[in-house]
Structures are given as structure tokens and as C-alpha cells.
Design a protein around this ligand. Sequence first.
Ligand SMILES: *Cc1c(COP(=O)(O)O)cnc(C)c1O
Length: 365
Amino acid sequence: MIDQLKRAYNFNAGPSALPLDVLKKAQEELIDFRGTGMSVMELSHRSAAYEEVHNQAIALLKELLSIPEGYEVLFLQGGASLQFSMIPMNFLNPEQKAAYIMTGSWSEKAFAEAKLFGNPYQAASTKESQYRRIPQFDELQFNADDAYVHLTSNNTIFGTQWRDFPDTGEVPLFGDMSSDILSRPFDVSKFAFIYAGAQKNLGPSGVTVVIARKDLLEKANTNIPTMLKYSTHAKNNSLYNTPPTFGIYMLGEVLNWVKGIGGIHEIEKRNEEKAKLIYDVIDQSNGFYIGHAEQNSRSLMNITFRVKDEELEKKFLAEAKSEGFIGVNGHRSVGGCRASTYNAVPHETCKAFSEFMVHFQQTNQ
Ligand SMILES: *Cc1c(COP(=O)(O)O)cnc(C)c1O
């Protein structure tokens, strides 16, 4: 608790809060990693000590997400943004179609990259409603011969999240889970391919996690650069070239932390409680705070809202800042307010913010 007081109320959207216990452990081990006399950053990526870190992180991710047999876990670089390009480069041919479900800015970016390689089209879009909602399953239109269906599981900027995922049958389902991976249990087997930049729920920036079905990787295009082929990384256990070793070490420690507090079900419970603290204030504010997302599409990770008029909103953001709440401004593209309540954001941080919101309303309405 004492330590907590020195830590910021961090609602940054990404990079974002890391568990204090993980930071402390990293600090403890920084100079002499487990008796090697070297920092983990100074180890060869071919050494036994590093390999253990690497393989343990893969094993823990498989365990925590209950990843079935037949999937590869890869650690890549270039962020989720490089995945927007690598996916169509590997899996979409010029004459082929791919179905993109448009639920926000990140879906748009992914879609734009796919156009460079093939014929992506929109399987559904909620843009006309300012991306306030996730489409219903019966709104999705895709074809049996599409290369894949692509969705964004949590829309970091608009604050919406899929509750459940569609069954796409024989068409491989691809998911950008950058901002909600590991926040709740879900059925990995519905997906052929999952990717996530680490810097929201998994660790520091610099590592991108890919979880992909092996049979899919085997069918990928081959006429592309070595480093951009998934099969290169799969064949080499993500050690084809030098991986971001420190980031992978931190990711492994974040996974250890999740396991230590009780795993993915406990994380989900905590995330629901944290988000509820803030959504309840919005819902009980009689229109003083206006949530952006429709109720049944609300994200447990990014809570987006406006204050009822623009002047008050400016005042709200300024006061939030001076009270020590970091990162509450909405994304530069949409404005408003956003509290990102990722796995490592403590309950107390959300409680303090919800109390600040109540107090601000009482003194300003
Ligand atoms: C943050 C984010 C990205 C971009 O990630 P980078 O690692 O910065 O490339 C992509 N998709 C979603 C859903 C995100 O939240």
C-alpha cells in the first residue's frame, strides 16, 4: 500500500501500467540475473539462461490462455501495425478476397494494408454510428472462399469489445487482440490466428505475440522476404534473429504475475469490478457523463466518455490531470475522455478515479 502511494494513477492507453510486483522483480534481477553476473539484457539469446526465459514465456501463455495443440506461439517485432501488413502478405493473394469487420481505427488500418496485397472487403461496419457498437453476428457477410475473416476484439480508441466471437466455419478467423488479450478467458480454437502488441496487457512495447494454427502457417505464401514470413519464425522458435530479449523476459514475468494471482478467471473478475466502478458513475450521472459505447458493446479495457459540455470537459481533464490521473484524454483522433483499465491497473486506481468523477460532478453541475 505504501508503495502504491508513490505510483501514478496510470490510465495510459499504451504503453500502459505494469504490475508493481513485476517491476520490482525486474529491478531486483536487473544487474545480476539469477546468478549469471549479467543482466538479462546482456545474455546471449542463444544461452541456456535466456532460452529458459523464452520457453517459459511461451509455455505460460499456452497455459493461461488454454491454447490447444496445433498452435504456434511467436514473439515478433514491429508491433501490431506490422501484422496489418504481414497477414495479407502471407495469407492473401492478388485475386483473393478477405473479409474485414470494421469496428474502429485499428480495423481501418488493417484493412488499408490488405488492399496492397489482394481484395479485402468489409464484412460489416459500424462506422455510421461512430463505432459505438460491435456488429451482431447476423450482420456479418462473408464468403466460404474468402482467405480469412479479420476482426479487432477490443477497440482501444472507441471503447467497444466483442463479448463473444463468431463461428466462421471453414474460413479462418483472424483477431487483433492487442488491447484485450489475457483480460478474460475465450475460446482460442475459434481463431486460426491471433496477434497482439504487448504494450497494453502483456508487457512493455517491442514484442508482438502471434498465436497461429500450424496448418495455416504451412499454407502461407513463400515469395516474400525471410523476416516477414511467419514460417521463418515458427521454424526457429522465434530465434531466427535476435528477439527483443528484455521485452520477452518482462512478458514472461507479467504472465507469472497473472498466474500467481489466480489466472485468467481471476483477472476477468477483477477487470469487471474495476470497469464497473467507472461505468456505474457514468450511468448514475443523469447525463453529466455520456458513455460513447452502447451498453452491450462496452469494453472492460477502455472506458470512453464525454462530459456533457465542452467547457466542462476541458475543466474535467485539467482537474483530473492535476489530481494525478494520467492518460485520461481520449485518443487524439476522437477527443473526449478515456480511462484504460488494463490488467495491471489496480482496483484502487479505478476507485480513486470513480470518486474523483463523482466529486467533479457534485461541484460542477
Ligand atoms: C495499440 C493497438 C495497435 C497498434 O499497436 P502497435 O504495437 O503500436 O503497432 C493495433 N491494434 C490495436 C487494437 C491496438 O490497441
